[in-house]
Design a protein around this ligand. Structure first.
Ligand code: NAP
Length: 306
């Protein structure tokens, strides 16, 4: 039986691993479907303390991983399909095998939210619809692209895409960005970025080759529609927490975020099961707050185990 299993290898999971390994808890990290978590899809992190020049998201993750390895953390590529947390020995079903553990830190993060409009599913992942500008932006050199959303992610994606695209249209359903003031100003002042305000996507349109050629937008004020030509469509409308395997034993809120017990940031109602990062944080969702929760979860796991 494992002593401590940490699910997820983003900021929260890796910070938990650093603390747990340093406390001799011999943690095993199951890396999940996207090793490194959401940060590896971020071009530059400007607000992580200690990096006044900014740091590449992938590099920051790699540094955390090396630090966790240095203290003896073990890593395995595996994702949890279901879990039984009802007994003292927690059981995780991972791709056909059971892993048992005495304590568990769930740091499974969140996945990009999709729009569920016609055309999206068919073109997602390779045919012009993406949720990661850092991964796919370079394919759109000299082309016109659109980003959907009005938060910090949308602003960041739009700004990043200006490096490649000839034009970036930010499509937002309201007349004001949710993004922080500094990001919103950069977007609004950028000569390559157009803003399509009060616009919702009705359909993503494919060309004869099956690849994206544009979108049909509807103006929510008067119901009028128009076509926006674009060869790349980037979704930045938020994330959905990856918590389905724990629905049986842990409480979740209406959006699927794992709930903590009153008075704790990381304890769940099941003794020995702790949460950290975006799977349990609907409020802040920052790299630094995820790291902070990872630290808290590891300290609580140590108190539980020792
Ligand atoms: P978010 O802040 O929740 O913003 C999601 C955006 O998508 C909102 O503008 C929302 O519109 C829009 N939206 C949601 N569902 C939609 C739908 N079905 N159709 C059309 N539009 C839809 O998410 P986020 O931008 O991913 O940011 C998440 C968290 O990470 C935030 O706390 C953010 O500050 C943080 N973050 C920080 C940085 C940074 O500091 N550099 C970078 C990225 C993310 P409404 O505005 O109308 O609700």
């Amino acid at each position: 039986m494992e002593n401590l299993v940490i699910l997820g290898s983003g900021c929260a999971g890796l910070t938990a691993a650093i603390y747990a390994a340093r406390a001799n808890l011999n943690p095993l990290v199951l890396e999940g479907a996207q090793p490194g978590g959401q940060l590896i899809t971020t071009s530059e992190v400007e607000n992580f303390p200690g990096f006044p020049e900014g740091v590449d998201g992938f590099e920051l993750t790699q540094r955390m991983r090396s630090q966790a390895e240095k203290f003896g953390t073990r890593f395995e590529f595996a994702s949890v399909e279901s879990a039984d947390l009802s007994a003292e020995r927690k059981v995780l079903l991972c791709e056909g095998r059971d892993i048992e553990c005495a304590a568990l830190i769930i740091a499974t993060g969140a996945s990009p939210r999709l729009m569920n409009v016609p055309g999206e599913k068919e073109m997602y992942g390779g045919k012009g619809v993406s949720a990661c500008a850092t991964c796919d932006g370079a394919f759109y050199r000299g082309k016109e692209v659109a980003v959907i959303g009005g938060g910090d992610s949308a602003a960041e994606e739009a700004l990043f895409l200006t490096r490649f695209a000839s034009k970036v249209t930010l499509v937002h359903r309201r007349g004001e960005l949710r993004a922080s003031t500094i990001m919103a100003r950069r977007v609004q002042e950028h000569p390559k970025i157009d803003l399509a305000w009060h616009s919702v996507v009705e359909e993503m349109l494919a060309g004869d080759d099956g690849k994206a050629r544009g979108m049909r937008l509807r103006d929510v004020r008067d119901g009028s529609t128009r076509e926006l030509p674009c060869q790349g469509i980037f979704l930045a409308i938020g994330h959905v927490p990856n918590t389905a395997p724990f629905a049986k034993d842990l409480e979740r809120d209406g959006e699927g975020y794992l709930k903590q017990i009153p008075g704790s940031n990381v304890k769940t109602k099941v003794p020995g099961v702790f949460v950290a990062g975006d799977c349990a944080d609907p409020h802040y969702r920052q790299a630094i707050t995820a790291a902070g929760m990872g630290c808290q979860a590891a300290i609580e796991a140590e108190r539980y185990l020792v």
